[in-house]
Ligand binder design. Structure first.
Ligand SMILES: C[S@@+](CC[C@H](N)C(=O)[O-])C[C@H]1O[C@@H](n2cnc3c(N)ncnc32)[C@H](O)[C@@H]1O
Length: 258
């Protein structure tokens, strides 16, 4: 494991209780929309990478796919085990990193990954491995926070905020970079959309990551001093005494040539 993977594992090993029932990731409309209309065969094999507490994996299983849920953090996989049992879903669970997938070539009809690649030490390795384990004609779906392609100030500001909030954060990729990684791995991008998702409470956001008091202050200072273009870009606001903002989320759907 490299140092970035190790930092992510350490962070999520401590925070797994925050990611099960009641977390905003329980809402999987984004993934439902992404798989809608994809021509997947009945009982298609799906791999959900960096599955966290398993919300995306549960969504795929409910849609009739045979799901393998994987993550590098044992405590998160325990949440998946419990969540699958509670929901009566049959899900296989595997512990491994996103950058090295322990499966033969052409194993899966679908590889998905939601709200996790910003922790990866090698997004390029993850895309390359995903392309390898997909069957010809298989589908690759990434949903993650993103930064604008040509707005270095907005990009740098969000990176600072994310890193202070959770030091295991690595990097949010702009859409152009995702497209290029897919192309380098022979995946053809069929859809790339940005939607803004509301973060309703800065304090909740800190709590889910156990942000230190010192770093909370630094983030508040960054918010207070954010320039007008940054405030506009992330729609920073205050509602009922809570700091809110809108997080740009990328949905990418790509296909491995048949
Ligand atoms: C926010 S959670 C994922 C949420 C989940 N995909 C969902 O849709 O509910 C992030 C997860 O990424 C995992 N993770 C971080 N870096 C990883 C890596 N390099 N390989 C595999 N998993 C990783 C963490 O262990 C954590 O469980």
């Amino acid at each position: 494991m490299d140092s970035i993977q190790h930092a992510a594992q350490e962070q999520f090993q401590k925070q797994s209780h925050r990611y099960a029932r009641g977390h905003i990731l329980e809402n999987t409309q984004d993934l439902t929309a992404a798989i809608e209309g994809l021509p997947l065969p009945a009982g298609a094999e799906a791999l959900d990478v960096a599955t966290g507490a398993g919300h995306a994996a549960f969504c795929l299983a409910r849609a009739g796919l045979r799901v393998t849920a994987s993550d590098l953090t044992p405590a998160m996989l325990q949440r998946v085990r419990e969540g699958a049992a509670e929901r009566g879903l049959d899900i296989r669970i595997r512990e491994h990193s996103a950058e090295a997938l322990p499966y033969p070539d052409a194993t899966f009809h679908l590889v998905s990954c939601r709200v996790a690649p910003h922790h990866f030490s090698s997004p390029a390795g993850f895309v390359r491995e995903s392309a390898r384990v997909l069957k010809p004609g298989g589908w690759f779906i990434v949903i993650d926070g993103t930064v604008p392609d040509d707005a270095p100030d907005a990009e740098a500001w969000l990176h600072q905020v994310e890193k202070l909030r959770d030091p295991s954060h690595n990097r949010l990729l702009p859409p152009r970079e995702w497209r290029s990684l897919c192309e380098q791995s022979g995946l053809s991008v069929q859809k790339l959309e940005i939607a803004f998702r509301k973060q309703p409470d800065l304090e909740w956001y800190f709590e889910t990551a156990a942000t230190s008091a010192e770093n909370r202050e630094k983030v508040r200072a960054l918010i207070a001093s954010a320039t007008a273009p940054i405030r506009r870009h992330y729609r920073l606001a205050e509602e009922d005494g809570k700091i809110t903002w809108w997080w740009p989320m990328l949905t990418l759907v790509a296909q491995k040539p048949a």
